[in-house]
Design a protein. Structure first.
Length: 245
């Protein structure tokens, strides 16, 4: 086997909001094709970590490499070139309420792909919805969709740009157990079908168990523990074990 390539490398990441220290030296790597789950209590900095990755939040200190490129050194134009290769699935799906499902997907596609033909647009929209099993919702408004459907459409909108990396922010939050499992299984099928590399931010242990090749636990602004679900479940650390109760 050749050397495994790290598509994401974060080293010594720090972020403070006012007097509140959120990240105090987070360091991690994500290998090509891997699903890394980051667990942590609410407010532990999980979402801030992935927002720093795509420049939505500026880190105070530390280095971030995506596809081997130091993103802190990039201007906005070059940063956007990286961003189009990274899909970000927001916690609430982040759909535009005034647009139909079709219009939401077209808006994202046109934002990332200039000079695209109508036929190409239609084909890509259809394909993205088929990938999440919701083609029948193409002309619905977001207000007509259930929470699980909104998450799926959010995933379709992420997939439509064919990202190499996908960042999932609490993909199963607010969903019932069955729907949450369906979303977790969809994350897995996307990883297999498109060979994506992903970070999944969650506090849902069922999601972590199903989707994570590797799990990291964030505590007090640093990575406190790391391993597979099975290994962490056997941990002697009472704090780590508290996630498995």
């Amino acid at each position: 086997m050749g050397k495994e390539i790290a598509l994401i490398e974060i080293s010594n990441l720090h972020k403070t909001f006012g007097d509140h220290k959120v990240l105090e030296g987070v360091t991690l790597k994500v290998k090509s094709g891997e699903n890394l789950v980051i667990l942590g209590r609410s407010g532990s900095g999980k979402s801030v970590t992935i927002k720093c990755l795509v420049g939505l939040v500026q880190a105070d200190k530390g280095n971030i490499k995506v596809f081997g490129t130091n993103i802190k050194a990039l201007n906005e134009h070059d940063l956007n070139k990286i961003r189009v290769r990274v899909g970000f699935m927001f916690q609430n799906g982040a759909l535009y309420d005034s647009m139909s499902v079709r219009q939401n997907l077209i808006f994202t596609l046109k934002h990332h792909t200039k000079d695209i033909s109508k036929d190409d647009i239609e084909q890509k929209v259809t394909e993205a919805l088929e990938n999440v099993g919701l083609l029948e919702a193409i002309d619905k408004m977001p207000s007509e969709l259930s929470g699980g459907m909104r998450k799926r459409i959010g995933m379709a909108r992420t997939l439509i740009i064919k990202p190499e990396i996908i960042l999932y922010d609490e993909p199963t939050s607010g969903l019932d157990t069955i729907t949450a499992r369906e979303i977790s299984e969809l994350i897995l099928s996307i990883q297999k079908k498109f060979k994506t590399t992903s970070i999944v931010i969650t506090h849902d242990m069922a999601c972590a168990k199903l989707t994570g090749d590797r799990i990291m636990i964030l505590k007090d602004g640093i990575i406190n523990a790391e391993g597979t679900y099975a290994a962490l479940k056997k941990s002697n650390d009472p704090w780590v074990r508290s996630f498995f109760v």
